[in-house]
Write a protein of this length. Structure first.
Length: 178
């Protein structure tokens, strides 16, 4: 049964959407993965020489699974390479913080022309992105056993219809084309 548009007794009609219409075009899954890969390389590559120098020392220790403090102590003992990695991490971290503050983009997101925004399309603050999107998500992933499952579920959420991961829901953000 169809009710006429001017019927005062008809129930109200509304459009409910996951994301506001003016939020912008959502980023593709491939571009999000690419940005994460680029950021991982940028933050991890400066430590590569330190890892290469420390690998034989870690293997000589003879333990099948050395604890992480011993591994980082060995990597730190590589001297100049470790401090080079820390300096590069400080520089790229500062650049990333400035980019995220200005327009919600990490270095990888900037290269691939995508950015983080609030679900309604407004600007996401540095505090929201850092505390809710990255730090809270990291805390969940370091919980023994459960953290591994959470990390997997977080990644698999990208295949949902809304293309949002768990960390997007935690921070009430989306990733859109810049």
């Amino acid at each position: 049964m169809v009710t006429p548009a001017d019927n005062n007794y008809a129930p109200p009609k509304s459009v409910v959407a996951d994301v506001a219409a003016d939020a912008g075009e959502k980023a593709t899954r491939v571009s999000r993965l690419g940005a994460a890969f680029i950021d991982g390389l940028i933050f991890g590559l400066p430590f590569a020489p330190s890892y290469v120098v420390a690998a034989p020392m870690i293997m000589q220790a003879g333990k099948p699974r050395p604890n992480s403090f011993a591994v980082w102590g060995t990597i730190a003992s590589t001297g100049g390479w470790f401090y080079f990695g820390l300096f590069a991490l400080l520089c790229t971290g500062t650049i990333t913080a400035v980019l995220v503050h200005k327009n919600g983009q990490t270095i990888g997101k900037k290269w691939l022309d995508i950015k983080v925004a609030r679900k309604d399309g407004s600007r996401a603050t540095l505090a929201r992105i850092f505390w809710l999107r990255y730090l809270l998500n990291t805390v969940f992933t370091i919980i023994p056993v459960i953290g591994s499952f959470y990390a997997l579920i977080d990644l698999l959420f990208i295949f949902g219809e809304s293309k949002r991961c768990c960390h997007d829901y935690l921070a009430d953000t989306i990733v859109i084309r810049a």
